[in-house]
Design a protein. Sequence first.
Length: 245
Amino acid sequence: MAGSKVLVLGGTGPAGLCLLRELASRQQHAIVYARNVSKIPSDLAANEFLEILQGEIDDLDSLSRAIAQCSSVLSLLGPHLTDRIANSSLYADMYRNIFTLMRQHGVRRILAMGTPSIQRPEDSWTIIQPIIVLFVRTLHSSVYRNIINVANAFERDATGLDWTVFRIGQILGESDELSWKADREAGEPFVGQIGEKGWSLPLKRGLLARWLADAAAGRADDWIGKCRLLASPNNRDKKAPYLSR
């Protein structure tokens, strides 16, 4: 049976640290499962709502124990442009293992990071996306293949799970407490398709963290089974400030 905590994967990068700050501020008990836990600042490591588990993503016994305590999985795992990856299905295989463990423990909800390299029929044509795809596919082919294979893994292999892939273009902001607090109040995030009115690529890390925490609380269930773009509000189409929950 699923637990009540939120499992954070990829929680030691700047976006992940913002997410940990967001969850802790809501008094949401969370587990961060990471290889290099020394990257987590002392103020977060000591937070009563955060549990830190050190482990490799392919240590399925340790990962299973973490998933067993959780009701949802928030993943910021993914390749960097500078990575040289021989295995084009490395990240897709990671997620397939996670899917299996989620089913074993009755955990249904997972949200995972993607990029605009993932093209969907619902997207509207824009000159920016083909340029991004061409750039990544030509100069960083192994990264491109991993990103596409992750999207395919969710669509083909996440049967029975409530999955969402959120695409991120340009990620901005710092992970310290002051930056996170400021960025999480940066307006209503854009959630939709590439090329849709109001879409953009930049996204504040604090805003991403706020949206993910909302999603873990069930406020993005209309995204289940979908791959959408997440971005900061377009400056040309400002909306009312987002009120803290």
